[in-house]
Design a protein around this ligand. Structure first.
Ligand code: PMP
Length: 288
């Protein structure tokens, strides 16, 4: 595997960052997870835009243009002969000293890793997953806004540990007010009376690119989508529920906190969206 670091490619053994990089010392940096399908990088522009917005929000100036960043991603895929895979793009604050002050970090580092993707077995999509709400609340929007895809993912990791400990496949985080925010690395939707609902970003959700694509697909299909605050009651009484994310795409959720959702099987609307999402991944993206 060839890994891109600051304009050069390194073998796996030599692809290293400094122990003084604030990405490591403080989780000071931003990242993206991107997928390639059939020799094309899916939604690359959208991921690059979000990366630059995340960086802007933490006052990190990425030392290359978005166009050059796109070229670096495509080049990393090419070098690794990736046609279908997962790309991790990371920008760290760079090398500083042991002090917190980011002004001691003179140059952010850009890292791009393109590899194979470990997908869930088809059976998981056919039955849907069983998830639980966790006690760890979502980071406050006013503290560390979850809209920033930062290298500090402990909030999500703690939620994942809780879900694992409960024997569930994933966790749902509620915000401090008790409204649904999202899953540990996915946005969440419900379907009720052929309408779709997903929490607003202000509830503590990431501006998910798959979320946005699903909203577009739903509207094209004639299903209205709205973004009200949702409670656990809304989840429990939904006809259908699913999670969205670049890695797992559209994942049906059939049980929440031990309660069966809808019929207990992936619903009609969810399955239709899954089909149309797959069709989209076959036909669009930045050529590698
Ligand atoms: N929420 C969180 C916390 C995430 O990390 C991700 C994955 N990037 C998502 C939602 C889904 O976002 P996307 O559809 O852009 O992958």
């Amino acid at each position: 595997m060839k890994i891109y670091i600051d304009g050069k490619f390194f073998g796996e053994r030599d692809a290293k960052v400094s122990v003084f990089d604030h990405g490591l010392l403080y989780g000071d940096g931003v990242f993206e997870g991107i997928r390639a399908y059939h020799g094309r990088v899916f939604k690359l522009q959208e991921h690059i835009d979000r990366l630059y917005y995340s960086a802007k929000a933490i006052l990190l100036t990425i030392p290359m243009t978005p166009a050059a960043m796109m070229r670096a991603v495509v080049e990393t895929c090419r070098k690794n002969r990736i046609r279908d895979g997962y790309i991790r793009l990371v920008v760290t604050r760079g090398v500083g000293n042991l002090g917190l002050n980011p002004s001691n970090c003179k140059k952010p580092s850009v890292i791009c890793i393109a590899g194979k993707i470990q997908v869930y077995p088809a059976e998981t999509y056919e039955r849907g997953v069983s998830i639980v709400t966790v006690a760890t609340t979502r980071n406050l929007v006013s503290a560390l806004n979850p809209a920033i895809k930062s290298l500090n993912y402990l909030n999500n990791i703690l939620a994942k540990i809780e879900a694992n400990n409960a024997g569930a496949e994933d966790g749902i985080l509620l915000n401090a007010e008790g409204f649904v925010a999202e899953c540990t690395v996915q946005n969440i939707f419900i379907v009720k009376n052929i309408k779709l609902f997903t929490p607003p970003l202000s509830a503590g959700a990431l501006y998910g690119i798959t979320r946005e694509t699903v909203i577009e697909l739903a509207e094209q299909g004639g299903w209205p989508v709205s973004e009200p605050n949702l409670t656990r009651y809304d989840l429990y009484c939904a006809d259908e529920c699913f999670a969205t994310g670049t890695g797992a795409e559209i994942m049906p959720i059939t049980k929440i906190d031990g309660r069966v959702i809808g019929t207990g099987k992936p619903g009609k609307v969810t399955r239709n969206l899954m089909e149309r999402y797959h069709a989209l991944t076959k036909t669009s993206g930045e050529p590698i």
